[in-house]
Design a protein around this ligand. Structure first.
Ligand code: HEC
Length: 438
């Protein structure tokens, strides 16, 4: 019976794939000289987890938050994660997978490491007196528990599926490494941080820019983000935490320099004070990352966030808002929140709810699908539908695009690009859109 079921599922997937082919030749991850994608990262999503260990699940994240994070980090380290010859590397056969469809448009994956472009840190975000103008590039992977979900979502790459109620499995981990071109002279704790070379935008370009103008430049490791689906976090089902790379270099210069910044399992809904109970922030980093001029806290009023992040937000608040289509409120407030108690209250009410993984942040949005805290899925779908709009994607319009009013000009088939021999022009408004992780 079991075999028959498996066969049936496999057949549904193949007949669907046959029914909806597509072509996409404008990946930003293509190597400029060879014209092919040479990234070493896996997209052969697994159908089972095998014996992959999940040592964090034996640790109480509230009582031992650092140990919990360290246990997750140990599974990244044992995959051989390292920086070698100015590139990110992992051991052959490692069990981490990246998401499809992140490789299109101005923020799309670059060709040397697969990084995507994210929000540029504002002046004072990274360290006291750090100027604006630095770029931020990142890449995230999912472990086998997470990649099993990616396998069903992307069973047909030309027509991804995600429906309400589909969630990531218990023990899913995603980790993301964040790199910046900030000058270590401005961010002293980054002096000696591991460097990579990546195909990124020219110095000072902090917004969206045409990917054709990218150039190989140096970035340094800043932050490693960790997200874990853990049902013991009863209000959210997710635990999020992060590390900062802090010099001077010691030991292996990579893992031995990672200092835990914080970990949280809830947003502290309604709490307008500055003492949070549903998370921990490392007090040793006070005066360096927060509690200093320019940045009073990591995440809003003492919630958890990383140095690269918007201080008016927090990990879980932004990720809990992942849904397709997005709420008109977005995933984060645009602009600053002042000190007026009424404004603070409204902001907390609007963004710091505890959303259970798989439920909608904004159920008022008609026909919305919850994406269970994955903003990569949201970014991937947005990029895919944009490619369908520009004509970079040739084929039937993926069903998901029809569910998002932002793409309501699409018919049964993706638009045809004006000139078959040239790259599709980017949509006129795309260069003005905010980068992910605003
Ligand atoms: C202001 C919004 C925002 C905040 C705050 C934020 N993120 Fe994200 N995060 C994003 C977006 C958008 C993406 C997907 C885009 C990308 O990866 O390029 C993402 C991707 C990720 C991923 C890859 C998997 C996924 O869920 O998409 C991880 C892991 C992650 N973030 C962890 C964290 C952690 C840990 C924190 C806090 C320290 C954090 N994030 C704070 C917006 C945010």
């Amino acid at each position: 019976m079991r075999t028959i079921m498996t066969l049936m599922v496999a057949c549904i997937a193949c007949s669907e794939a046959a029914a909806q082919p597509c072509t996409f030749d404008e990946s930003t991850a293509k190597d400029a000289t060879s014209g092919t994608i040479t990234l070493p990262w896996r997209t052969d999503y697994p159908s089972s987890t095998g014996p992959d260990p999940h040592p964090w699940s034996a640790i109480d994240f509230k009582a031992q938050w650092r140990e919990y994070l360290a246990a997750v980090l140990s599974t990244i380290k044992s995959a051989g994660f390292r920086i070698e010859n100015s590139k990110i590397a992992m051991n052959p056969g490692h069990r981490w997978w990246i998401a499809h469809w992140m490789d299109y448009g101005p923020a799309g994956r670059e060709s040397m490491n697969g990084l995507t472009k994210e929000r540029a840190p504002h002046a004072g975000d990274l360290s006291q007196g750090s100027p604006s103008g630095a770029q931020l590039w990142a890449i995230g992977w999912y472990n086998s528990w997470g990649a099993i979900r990616l396998r069903t979502v992307f069973a047909n790459k030309c027509n991804p599926q995600m429906s309400n109620g589909q969630v990531f499995r218990q023990h899913t981990v995603s980790f993301k490494t964040l790199f910046t071109d900030a000058d270590p002279a401005d961010v002293p704790y980054l002096q000696g941080s591991p460097t990579i070379t990546a195909m990124i935008d020219a110095p000072g370009v902090t917004g969206n820019s045409n990917p054709a103008n990218r150039q190989p430049r140096q970035l340094r490791l800043l932050q490693i983000d960790i997200a874990v689906r853990d049902n013991r976090a009863t209000d959210t089902r997710w635990v999020f935490g992060t590390y900062v790379w802090k010099g001077p270099p010691t030991g292996d210069g990579l893992f031995d320099n990672l200092v835990p910044v914080g970990l949280h399992w809830g947003n502290d809904p309604g709490n307008v004070g500055t003492q949070m109970t549903e998370g921990r922030v490392n007090p040793d980093l006070a005066g360096i990352l927060f509690d200093r001029p320019g940045r009073a806290w990591m995440g809003f009023r003492g919630r958890v966030n990383g140095p690269a992040d918007n201080k008016f937000s927090a990990c879980l608040s932004c990720h809990g808002a992942s849904q397709w289509p997005r709420s008109p409120r977005g995933i984060v407030v645009s602009g600053n929140v002042g000190t007026d108690p009424g404004d603070i209250q409204t902001h907390v009410n609007d963004y710091f709810k505890n959303i259970k993984g798989g439920q909608l942040f904004d159920a008022q949005v008609q026909g919305a699908t919850a994406l269970d805290y994955s903003l990569q899925l949201e970014a991937a779908f947005t990029r895919m539908c944009t490619a369908c709009q520009t004509g970079a994607l040739v084929g039937k319009t993926p069903n998901l695009c029809h569910k998002n009013p932002r793409f309501d000009n699409l018919g049964v088939n993706c638009n045809l690009k004006p000139d078959r021999n040239r790259p599709a022009p980017l949509p006129l408004d795309i260069l003005d859109q905010p980068l992910p992780r605003q």
